[in-house]
Design a protein around this ligand. Structure first.
Ligand code: SAM
Length: 256
């Protein structure tokens, strides 16, 4: 099922959480000279227009990144703020970076980028945004990434950002994290999930936590209920979390 379109939700509170943490982690990982492989199972279109009717229809960006910037709550020297500024400088004042654009900007020429996206229209837009900088597959992200892992270079980062349109995606995401870690034990894995009233994420998070994977980190933030969003809050969990960014990750939670 491919009814989900991220252009309605880009720049919303969930994106702020996910992208701020992604920016912090990639900044840390790219500080070391050794090359990195960046992989995404669910890439989206890579670049969004917050002035588009889709963004206006839900108002999520207005309550998310635009509100944060207007309030001045995000320090200008924060890795995420610098990425947004770079995106606006390159693509205009209404541009908002998706995770592939963030990766391209944060990484170096010697790093590789592999992206999966299933929706035909999103794939076209993603290819246009990323050009030759990324290898893009119009395939199921779980199957394709699992088949190809471990990637070269071995030092890796995998973002898993499904739309959770159907309940079974929580089980699929947990299965994938556990299987991917078995095949590619050194990769950093970052999984996003929504916090909903029904707490559908609970079993998924418990399964990953109970597996005893190395250097795990997790963070759940609840949104101000007066601010529009698809969910009550947002959750992230990571495996092989980069060392020395605890304070920066804690700071992200204070943005909500
Ligand atoms: C939440 S959006 C991704 C947003 C993006 N990661 C970002 O932060 O900018 C999820 C995307 O996954 C795509 N998708 C859904 N099922 C998929 C699958 N099995 N494999 C790859 N992509 C899929 C959807 O078309 C949608 O564009």
């Amino acid at each position: 099922m491919l009814s989900y379109q991220h252009m309605y939700h880009a720049g919303g509170l969930a994106d702020v959480h996910k992208h701020a943490v992604l920016a912090v982690m990639l900044e840390k990982l790219s500080a070391k000279p050794k090359s990195l492989t960046y992989v995404e199972t669910h890439a989206g279109r890579g670049l969004y227009d917050l002035g588009a009717p889709e963004a206006g229809k839900t108002g999520e960006a207005a309550e998310g990144i635009l509100h944060l910037l207007k309030q001045g709550d995000l320090p200008a020297d924060h890795a995420y703020a610098r990425l947004i500024a770079a995106c606006r400088a390159a693509h205009g004042p209404h541009a908002y970076p998706g995770s592939p654009w963030i990766a391209r900007q944060a990484l170096r020429d010697n790093d590789r980028i592999h992206l999966c996206e299933l929706h035909p229209r999103e794939v076209v837009a993603l290819r246009e945004t990323m050009g030759r900088r990324a290898q893009i597959q119009q395939k199921d992200g779980y199957q394709d990434v699992l088949r190809r892992a471990p990637f070269d270079p071995r030092r890796g980062f995998v973002l898993i950002d499904p739309s959770y349109e159907v309940k079974s995606e929580y089980r699929d995401a947990a299965d994938f994290v556990l299987a991917l870690h078995r095949k590619w034990p050194v990769a950093t894995i970052l999984l996003w999930y929504p916090v909903l009233e029904k707490a559908l994420h609970k079993d998924m998070v418990d399964r990953v936590n109970d597996a005893g994977l190395p250097k795990t980190w997790s963070q759940e933030v609840l949104f101000d209920p007066t601010r529009r969003s698809r969910a009550l809050g947002s959750g992230l969990l990571s495996v092989n979390t980069p060392f020395g960014i605890e304070a920066a990750l804690d700071h992200v939670a204070t943005l909500f």
